[in-house]
Design a protein around this ligand. Structure first.
Ligand code: ADP
Length: 911
């Protein structure tokens, strides 16, 4: 274990001799032994021993030491006031942080001040706004294994639960395929994973923090109890035991990080439970930690959405740009996100993460987007008003966790105040989706009135120091305030009265925090001081006095003010609880606002960038996809450069495999990606960057694009490539859209071509997927002519005065050359190198050793009978080897088997 975690050795050895405070620290470290314990001492959070050394280094703060009768301990502390930024650094360094606060005032009870862990901060369970991205969810995942359900109940299954503790968003799914679960993990991209014993931690390797957690939380029975404290009938809601176990563990973990043992602010909740009375003690105990705002659990099947694995999400640049430097906005979400509030931002991301399959749901979104796109008079004011919407989901989460202050309540009120205006904007909407939203926009008038009546309009952040509750809300409070006010008035009048009574014109009434109110008389006037004045303080030029009546009034003021502050706090907590009871209504409203914002965002983009409504084609279960795009553009690339050349794409069941050739940089990969992105956008319910688009929704998009080394995983570019290809060949079907870019580059030309060819045939003959295949291997264009449902496309470039000009427009047929040398010139490769390259190309062409990449293959060489192809040394591939290659069943070979097989074939060639 990390020496910074767990009880410090130096303390553990002499636990019984430690001072009470250090014993407390030791015990908390033992209890939260997977976290760094931040231990409140006055205005600081301190760490000691190994943890102090570690935090001092990580946070760049001073390492000091503390000495007491039992020894000297290294110590490092951070000021409580800006603890969050330090906590963030610790999280980034891969630690969890347990915050141990003083939970009573010093001196409140005899002995050492009581401290308790009030929250455990972990990457996946953050709730602090400062530590969270506002427009993205932050999920903690839990996985459990179990027996499956339904017909395949004997197959072991993996279940995945995903919970956003800051918003209450909660999802569960399961599958017998661990790859499918891995895809869901990359879809939701959790910040942390909670795992029980024997959990498949490799699902999360390199992805997020993995937290081993209490095995009993994953127990079927215990997990069932946990889930049923939140949802009435877990067995009906969830599909299997494994799902119940994963969900139970996720909830238990969320409760644990809330800092379970400390009652503090939650006293009244306990009282309420006592009133309820019928629960047994155990349930009382666990119910206390219940997170009331977790009210919905969405159980889904991965097959309900367009499947995108990690590779596809990356290569289609959904959330992360491919080129890292300086192009953060160059992602699909970057171009689509015109949302006005955090709620809409998160919803839009969810839509992009989980594009729909079901036509009715897609059309419902498209109808709304169409209506909003056409109506600028509605869209713009809506967009403006949505800007005033606070993050209601996280707000109600804080209210429910009793972490909200009075300003949060005012923010809620301000949002509720704009709801009627937003509602009004869509009052006359035609489409069903907008009409439904109109119905769901409940302005929660009662909640708004409660806040208006109870909370002043500009309250302070502190909730225990008064000035929160509005005048007229509570008679008792008003009385206390009146008493304090009367007392102050009496004191204000005192100065004039006493001047008159004593005849001392310079007499003053003042206040200081040590002695309270006093009457000050300068030395020359001391003789006129009346008898009832009692001396309190002697200064250089004057004396200060009190009178019994002044003291009495002072006590009255102080007493009333203190009680008023207490009363205000009580009332505030009551109001907060009253609002917390409305959690589901607030969440319903938040949901409607989020959806509306996401739709307005899609419509804004559609209007601004001239997108069109895609037409969804009905799916024929036996046939493949149909894609017909007229004048399509790449949504991301078109934004990053001045002009973009639109291109068409037509793929049908009869013509479903396009082999695309053309020189480097001519636009092949942009073209393929834009077809996939347009398909994906349509399934999100968005308009698409094209003049017109008609398409059948795809079940899954696969990509094999570009070379990437998996250095951490110890796999070469070629291995990564083969691995990704194996997945595609294994899992794609006729409802998949497959993009392949330059397959087979990581090996010799002959091997690469062989693999590319075998894959093309397999995709065509067996998988039947709709596929776009960009390649350097010109023989593949010939192959395309032979395969019934394959065809060729190419990008042509022009040579003007020895320079290459890219037109970026696609045309039928195969390209004639690769122009590699010319592209090198354009890229600024020195002239002598270019010249030498030209000579070499010319030599190669004349003596027949040219790489097949650069010379269109001789028509005779592709004679049906031999299907011979040019190999690296210029000879033909013997028919028997070509036949063996064709017979290779790549779908059932592991990458290593494929390599071995290739190696064997290569040796045969060399013999
Ligand atoms: P290839 O895959 O053929 O090597 P890319 O698709 O990567 O080429 O395109 C190279 C560059 O050309 C892109 O980064 C982009 O700037 C530009 N480009 C591609 N397609 C178009 C287009 N249709 N209109 C305008 N520019 C384009």
């Amino acid at each position: 274990m990390d020496p910074a975690l767990g009880p410090p050795e130096a303390m553990a050895e002499k636990r019984d001799e430690l001072t009470p405070m250090m014993a407390q620290y030791h015990d908390l470290c033992a209890r939260y032994d997977d976290a760094i314990v931040l231990f409140q001492v006055g205005d600081f959070y301190e760490t000691f021993c190994g943890a102090a050394e570690r935090t001092a280094r990580l946070l760049e703060i001073a390492l000091t030491s503390r000495e007491d009768s039992t020894g000297e301990y290294p110590m490092a502390g951070i000021p409580i006031d800006n603890a969050e930024s330090y906590v963030e650094t610790l999280l980034e360094a891969g630690y969890r942080v347990a915050v141990a606060d003083q939970v009573e005032e010093p001196g409140e009870s005899p002995g050492v001040v009581e401290r308790a862990v009030t929250r455990v901060v972990t990457p996946g369970t953050l709730t602090e706004d400062e530590l969270l991205a506002s427009d993205d969810n932050n999920f903690v995942a839990a996985v459990a294994r179990g027996r499956g359900s339904g017909a395949k109940s004997d197959d072991p299954e993996l279940a995945l639960a995903l919970l956003d503790v800051s918003t209450g968003d909660f999802f569960a799914t399961s599958s017998t395929s661990s790859e499918a679960i891995a895809d869901e993990v990359s879809r939701f991209d959790p910040a942390e994973a909670v795992v029980g014993p024997n959990a498949p931690t490799d699902l999360f390797a390199e992805r997020c923090m993995v937290t081993p957690y209490d095995a009993t939380a994953f127990d079927r029975e215990r997990a069932g109890e946990t889930v049923s404290r939140y949802f009435r009938n877990p067995d009906a809601l969830l599909a299997s035991d494994a799902e119940i176990r994963a969900c139970g563990a996720a909830l238990a973990y969320a409760e644990y990080v809330r800092g379970g043992e400390h009652e503090g602010e939650r006293d009244t909740t306990l009282e309420e439970e006592a009133e309820g009375g019928e629960n047994d003690t155990d349930a009382d105990d666990s119910d206390r930690n219940r997170l009331e705002y977790i009210t919905h659990l969405t159980r889904y099947d991965p097959r309900e959405y367009l499947l995108l694995d990690a590779v596809a999400m990356r290569s289609l640049e959904l959330f992360e740009p491919r080129a890292v430097e300086g192009r953060e906005e160059a992602t699909l979400v970057g171009v689509l996100d015109e949302t006005a509030c955090a709620l809409g931002g998160r919803t839009l991301r969810d839509w992009i993460r989980r594009p729909l399959l079901e036509p009715d749901r897609i059309e419902a979104r498209l109808d709304a987007v169409e209506e909003l796109t056409a109506d600028l008079q509605t869209r713009e004011p809506l967009h403006d008003r949505l800007r005033n919407v606070y993050d209601l989901e996280r707000l109600i989460g804080r209210i429910s966790r009793e972490r909200a202050n009075a300003r949060d309540l005012r923010s809620l009120r301000d949002t509720l105040a704009v709801v009627p205006e937003i509602r009004e904007e869509i009052a006359d909407a035609d489409c069903t989706r907008l009409q439904e939203l109109h119905g769901s926009l409940d302005p929660l008038v009662d909640v708004r009135e409660l806040i208006d009546d109870a909370i002043v309009s500009d309250p302070p952040i502190e909730i225990t120091e008064g000035d929160i509750i509005a005048q007229g809300y509570d008679d008792g409070l008003d009385e206390l305030r009146a008493t304090a006010r009367d007392g102050k008035q009496w004191i204000d009048d005192l100065e004039d009265g006493e001047r008159e009574r004593t005849g001392i014109d310079s007499l003053k009434v003042g206040y200081n925090s040590v002695h309270g109110y006093y009457i000050e008389v300068t030395n020359p006037n001391l003789e006129s001081v009346p008898e009832d004045y009692q001396r309190r303080q002697t200064l250089k030029n004057s004396e200060r006095f009190v009178t019994p009546e002044l003291k009495e009034r002072e006590d009255q003021i102080v007493g009333a003010e203190e009680r008023a502050d207490e009363r205000e706090y009580e009332l505030f907590c009551e109001v907060r609880r009253e609002i917390a009871a409305e959690v589901e209504r607030v969440q319903g409203l938040a949901d409607a606002l989020a959806t509306l914002d996401a739709l307005v965002s899609l419509a804004t983009v559609a209007a601004q960038y001239d997108y069109c409504r895609p037409e969804l084609l009905e799916r024929d279960e036996r046939a493949g996809l149909e894609i017909d795009i007229d004048g399509g553009r790449h949504p991301v690339v078109e934004r990053t450069q001045e002009s973009f050349v639109p291109n068409d794409a037509t793929l049908t069941n009869a013509q479903r495999l396009a082999v695309i050739t053309g020189p480097n940089m001519s636009g092949k990969s942009t073209y393929m990606r834009q077809v996939a992105q347009i398909t994906l956008l349509a399934q999100v319910g968005s308009f698409v960057p094209a003049r017109a688009a008609r398409l059948t929704p795809a079940d899954r998009i696969f990509t094999r694009v570009g070379a990437s080394d998996d250095i951490a995983g110890g796999r070469s570019t070629f291995m990564v490539e083969m691995d990704e290809l194996a997945t595609i060949l294994r899992e794609a079907d006729e409802h998949s859209l497959v993009l392949l870019d330059e397959v087979g580059r990581g090996t010799s030309t002959a091997d690469g071509l062989a693999i590319a060819q075998a894959i093309t045939e397999h995709l065509h003959d067996i998988v039947g997927a709709t596929a776009l295949f960009a390649t350097h291997h010109h023989p593949l264009t010939e192959l395309a002519d032979d395969l019934e449902a394959a065809f060729t496309l190419h990008f042509e470039v022009e040579q003007v005065d020895g320079e290459v000009v890219f037109h970026h427009d696609i045309a039928p047929g195969a390209a004639t050359g690769s122009y590699g040398v010319e592209v090198a010139t354009a890229a600024g490769v020195p002239a002598d190198v270019v010249e030498r390259s030209r000579e070499l190309v010319a030599d190669a062409a004349s003596d027949g050793t040219a790489d097949d990449d650069d010379v269109p293959i001789d028509a005779e060489a592709t004679d049906e009978s031999t299907t011979a192809t040019a190999s690296a040394d210029g000879g033909d591939v013997p028919t028997d080897i070509a036949a063996e290659l064709r017979a290779l069943d790549l779908a059932h070979l592991t990458p290593v088997e494929a390599l071995t097989e290739l190696d064997r074939l290569k040796r045969l060639l060399e013999e």
